[in-house]
Design a protein around this ligand. Structure first.
Ligand code: GDP
Ligand code: MG
Length: 684
């Protein structure tokens, strides 16, 4: 076996191989060096061996035995490894440490312990004990290597070593594992230089009896005093012929022994699942480092705690990797959401990212300590959800905006069509709005979260309601305007007619037509308003507005008809009719003996009587009287001062006097003209 290609690695540890440089599978690593420090390169080396994702699908075997008993030679034979073998010619070995190789063609890690034999040399047994502890805490199978002639030497060095192993084991595995199993290990005794005179069965019996004796001689803690050797160990035995004296047989039997490590179908296959230490391959390096640290500091090795520490470390690492990938995915939709876009299929994406991260985590982390695994999973879920939540909320907000915009659009379009029914337009726009929003919001939900869109939906409903209200108000206003215009048209002619024919019941007629027209307008409003779903209050307001506007329209018409010139014209026409025409409507030709003065006075008086008739709007029939509530100005409701009683007054008293005077002057002119006409007719 060559020791070519030793290359220095970090911390004075060695990683080397003697196959082609590109083949990492034969690389070996010194996991614990002469200075008793643990190699930081193990994690990487396990990756290079291709075991990173092996989970529990791997095994570990270690060797134990006196110095120079052919341990390294054996391992190399069994596993195709390249551990250093003592140089035959020099016969000395000074290194201490633990080396690791990957067995050929198997997910099997092999540990070789190198060291001086403290007991034989009278040195301290420190390293021996520590390496035993370390090997037991991590291996499933411990090969106990010894010469045939050492068998039965109960007081011999090997027995001391085994006692160490058992003691250490009690300290380590006295407690049950977290899942309640007893931690078991297989001790595979390999008897070297077996001559054959003593059959293996006899050697086996001797060794078993010795083991039992050693076990009984241990001082056990009280809680473990009834524990049997078989509670913790299985024992198996093999013998190998002399390597030099029976070289061929040695090789063939070594090969046969090797099969027990490779062939799962054999009944004597060594790796029973009960021996597995249940450390996932990706955590082996961290776990071993922790164990070594504890061993080094001579602390009580508490495996459950070690497993928990390992779980924390690895679960954090696995979680961080899952989060990194998840963040990359989630980032892709952050900007679109922030820019106000409704991202199509966001929920599907979010569910996939979340599930992907959890699947990745579960795949790798579920192999670790269940309590830690679950706790870290909850942490992971909350990190994921706190990243997704703003996306969900953003999507809701954007959805809200988009839905509201198309809702408005639909309302506008709906009201554009001829003879639309407002309530129907609102109801169908509203139904579509909710459907669209709920569908979108539901798509964005992620199972396992406590997200909800109820609040946003309620907000949306409120806004939709207020938009509909505003629309209705606008529409109602428009409707009132139309009705008002019609109203004006309808009253114009009759009012003009009545005001041109002054009579004591003139106002009765005016108010009657006003009343009838107003009633029709109110009916028109109410029948339309039904489709608007207006509230009673809104109806009351609209009707009050309508009434007031109707009244003001009437007032405007009256104003127009009683403007100075128009009114004086009316008076003049009335007067003329009586003064210049006779009862039959024939124009009068005044003669000197005619009673011009009498006729003039009579016509004038009759005409002057009209003025009080127009003064105020006052029907003879009191039931026709109209009234409106007065209003004081209010900047909030946009009302101006409106004093109803004053609107009943057509002329003030001064105005009436003024009009009377002006009329008298007109009448006087007619009188003078009449007089003059008689003079001229006399003169003819
Ligand atoms: P280790 O110190 O236990 O790892 O022993 P090595 O594998 O380095 O071997 C020590 C010496 O024993 C070397 O010179 C080997 O050639 C020799 N050796 C290895 N295997 C056997 C064996 O089965 N029988 C005998 N007699 N010598 C062996
Ligand atoms: Mg060796």
């Amino acid at each position: 076996v060559s020791s070519a290609g030793r290359t220095a690695a970090t911390n004075g540890h060695y990683v080397n191989g003697n196959a082609s440089p590109s083949d990492a599978s034969t690389e070996r690593i010194q996991i614990i060096d002469d200075e008793k420090t643990f190699s930081p390169a193990l994690t990487k080396q396990i990756g290079k061996w291709g075991l990173q994702n092996a989970g529990f699908d791997y095994n570990i075997v270690a060797v134990f035995g006196s110095q120079s008993t052919g341990k390294s030679t054996l391992l190399n034979r069994l596993f195709g490894t390249n551990f250093d073998v003592m140089d035959e010619s020099r016969r000395q070995q000074t290194t201490k440490g633990i080396w690791m190789c990957k067995a050929k063609d198997a997910n099997l890690l092999v540990m070789d312990v190198e060291g001086t034999d403290g007991r034989e040399r009278g040195e301290d047994q420190d390293f021996e004990r520590k390496s035993a502890l370390f090997s037991l805490a991590s291996s499933e199978v411990l090969i106990v290597n010894l010469w045939e002639h050492q068998v039965g030497l109960y007081q011999g060095a090997n027995m001391g070593l085994l006692k160490t192993v058992f003691e250490v084991n009690l300290g380590l595995f006295g407690k049950k594992t977290p899942d309640g199993r007893n931690q078991r290990t297989l001790l595979l005794f390999v008897i070297r230089d077996h001559i054959g005179t003593t059959p293996l069965a006899n050697l086996q019996a001797t060794l078993a009896a010795d083991m039992q004796k050693i076990w009984e001689s241990l001082s056990k803690p009280p809680e473990l005093k009834d524990k049997q050797l078989s509670d913790y160990f299985d024992m198996s035995f093999a013998a190998l012929p002399h390597k030099i004296l029976a070289a061929d047989k040695f090789e063939s039997e070594a090969k046969e022994l090797s099969r027990r490590f490779y062939d799962k179908s054999r009944p004597d296959y060594v790796f029973s699942p009960q021996y597995h230490k249940r450390i996932p391959a990706d955590g082996v390096a961290f776990y071993m480092e922790g164990i070594w640290e504890q061993v080094q500091n001579n602390k009580d090795l508490d495996l459950p705690t070690q497993q928990e520490l390992l779980a924390q470390f690895r679960c954090d690492e696995i979680s961080a990797a899952a989060i990194a990938e998840f963040n990359e995915q989630a980032k892709s939709q952050k900007r679109p959401i922030e820019s106000g876009k409704v991202v199509e299929g966001l929920g599907k994406m979010m569910r996939a990212w979340r599930q992907g991260a959890l699947d990745r985590y579960d795949r790798d982390a579920s192999r670790y300590h269940q309590g830690v695994y679950k706790r870290k999973r909850a942490d992971l879920v909350s990190v994921i959800d706190s990243t997704l939540s703003p996306l969900f909320l953003g999507q809701l907000k954007n959805l809200h905006k988009a839905c509201l915009a198309s809702y408005k659009q639909e309302m506008v379009e709906g009201m554009r069509s001829e003879g639309y029914n407002f309530a129907d337009v609102v109801a169908s726009a509203r139904a579509r709005l909710e459907k669209r929003f709920i569908e979108g919001a539901q798509e964005a939900l992620v199972e396992g979260t406590d997200w909800s869109y109820e609040e946003e939906l309620e907000l949306l409903r409120e806004e939709a309601r207020s938009i509909a209200d505003q629309c209705r108000k606008d529409e109602t206003k428009k409707m009132v305007n139309v009705i008002e215009r019609n109203f004006k048209k309808q009253i114009s002619e009759p009012v003009e007619l009545y005001l041109n024919k002054p009579s004591p019941d003139m106002w009765d007629k005016v108010l009657k037509v006003f009343r009838e027209t107003l009633d029709k307008a109110e009916t028109a409003y109410l029948s339309k308003a039904k489709s608007f779903d207006c509230t009673d209050e809104e109806n009351a307001t609209a009707l009050a507005t309508l009434r007031k506007r109707a009244w003001l329209a009437l007032r405007a018409k009256i104003e127009e008809q009683t403007a100075d010139a128009v009114f004086l014209g009316k008076l003049r026409a009335f007067f003329e009719e009586r003064f210049r025409y006779d009862e039959n409507g024939v124009p009068r030709v005044w003669r000197p003996d005619d009673d011009i003065d009498g006729a003039f006075r009579k016509a004038k008086e009759q005409t002057l009587e009209l003025i009080p008739l127009y003064w105020r709007i006052k029907p003879m029939d009191p039931s026709l009287e109209f009234a409106l509530p007065s209003e004081t100005s209010d900047s909030l409701t946009n009302t101006e001062d409106f004093d109803f009683p004053s609107t009943l007054i057509v002329f003030t008293e001064t105005k009436a006097l003024d009009l009377e005077n002006r009329f008298r002057r007109d009448a006087d002119a007619f009188y003078v003209e009449a007089k003059r006409s008689t003079v001229s007719s006399v003169a003819q």
